[in-house]
Ligand binder design. Structure first.
Ligand code: PHE
Length: 393
């Protein structure tokens, strides 16, 4: 597997160093005029799951956006104007995601929208951003359809066809596994399409899918499906879901005597995984956007800045870093436009090229996706341990 360090960004390290030194206690000055930039602040909206089943996704991302805004405003804002965030909570609910974005655009008149994490929620809100010509940047929705909603919709992360390829390749080449079972949430575009992309890649690489099963996000008992999976005796069990379900599935799989490692993707990325899994996922693997134990200076500075603000015992996940990078590329685009309006911002966001973020170098391709490396992590002692980096094809 091709190993490559995440890119470094010394200027960023410098800026983050400033935050650490100053203790990050200066809140952005707020003129609060509305109108998305007619006063002395520029309003940016976020819509994130800050409660509900994926609450940790939203809270983690919000922290990253807040750190970015502090860095930007401390460095003089956007041509002298501070950025101010209007944050809406989608409560992990697609209908609420759509309402949140409508409110941000219609009432608050934000000039850009950052969100969502879960692809199903980004898909619910993207058409509203598109029809209102307000650019939306998803930090972390990886389903291929998200940016296909229109030319105002961007993301700073890779997409699931790549992520699923990375996991399949890791299973075949690194773990030397031949058979796999796939267990997905069919109502989640993320989970469902990840499963089918994995299947395609794993089979192309000579592997065999021996069992396929589905669950619903609200389920708590997975033993019926897991019993069938156990009979098929797979070498690995792919569960491309979100942490809460994955934790319970891992726990129940072990209780039933399934010993195969579980495999998954970025949806596992939360310390809350262990609330339901406890130690059941020891030794399992998942793909992610970055490894916080990566020694690259940009990552290290970011982790230090995060700890200075939120506590020395805390560790940011990839979501926090992606929230940070999403806010940063919006700010960079703002600096390049004469008047901040939707169409001009859109055009500049599309030109994002070679931006050195915490999660890697971000260049918007013609589909408004970022072609970036993925990392494979292993769960050891309730920690996510870096295994390998896979570069985009
Ligand atoms: N990629 C997931 C989705 O599209 C969301 C996610 C990203 C979750 C990163 C955790 C970490 O639904």
């Amino acid at each position: 597997m091709h190993n490559r360090r995440l890119h470094t960004a010394s200027w960023l390290a410098g800026l983050l160093g400033l935050i650490v030194l100053s203790g990050c206690n200066s809140a952005p000055q707020s003129g609060g005029t509305g109108g998305g930039g007619t006063g002395d602040t520029i309003l940016v909206g976020s819509y994130l799951s800050e409660s509900g089943s994926e609450a940790d996704f939203g809270k983690s991302t919000h922290e990253g956006i807040d750190i970015a805004i502090e860095v930007i405003n401390k460095a003089g804002g956007i041509n002298g104007k501070n950025i101010e965030l209007r944050a809406e909570n989608t409560e992990s609910d697609p209908a609420k995601a759509a309402n949140a974005v409508t409110k941000l655009i219609t009432n608050d008149k934000v000039v850009a929208v950052i969100g969502e994490v879960a692809s199903g929620l980004s898909l619910a809100a993207a058409p509203i951003c598109q029809s209102n010509k307000v650019p939306m940047v998803s930090p972390s929705s990886t389903n291929i359809k998200v940016t296909q909603q229109g030319d105002y919709i961007f993301r700073v992360c890779f997409i699931d066809p790549f992520q699923a390829y990375v996991v399949a390749k890791f299973a075949r080449e690194n773990l030397k596994k031949t058979t796999a079972a796939i267990f997905v949430d069919n109502a989640s575009p993320y989970s469902k399409d990840f499963g089918s992309e994995f299947k395609k890649n794993f089979e192309q690489m000579g592997g065999k899918i021996v069992s396929e099963a589905a669950y619903a996000a609200a389920d708590t008992d997975f033993k019926g499906q897991l019993t069938k999976i156990k009979t098929a005796n797979p070498d690995v069990l792919l569960v491309p879901g979100y942490y809460k379900n994955v934790g319970s599935i891992g726990k129940q799989a072990r209780e039933l005597g399934i010993t195969a490692p579980l495999l998954g993707g970025d949806g596992w990325d939360s310390q809350d995984l262990f609330v339901t899994a406890e130690d059941a996922l020891e030794g399992s693997y998942f793909s992610n956007h970055m490894a916080v134990d990566d020694p690259a200076p940009a990552v290290k500075s970011f982790v230090d800045a995060y700890r200075a603000k939120y506590g020395a015992d805390k560790t940011p996940g990839a979501l926090t870093a992606l929230g940070y990078d999403a806010m940063m590329i919006v700010a960079e685009a703002m600096k390049r436009v004469k008047v901040i309006d939707g169409p001009s911002l859109r055009d500049e966001l599309a030109k994002t090229s070679g931006y050195k973020g915490v999660t890697g170098t971000i260049t918007m391709n013609s589909d408004r996706n970022a072609d970036k490396s993925a990392v494979m992590l292993q769960i050891k002692g309730r920690k996510f341990v870096y295994m390998a980096t896979v570069a985009p094809n």
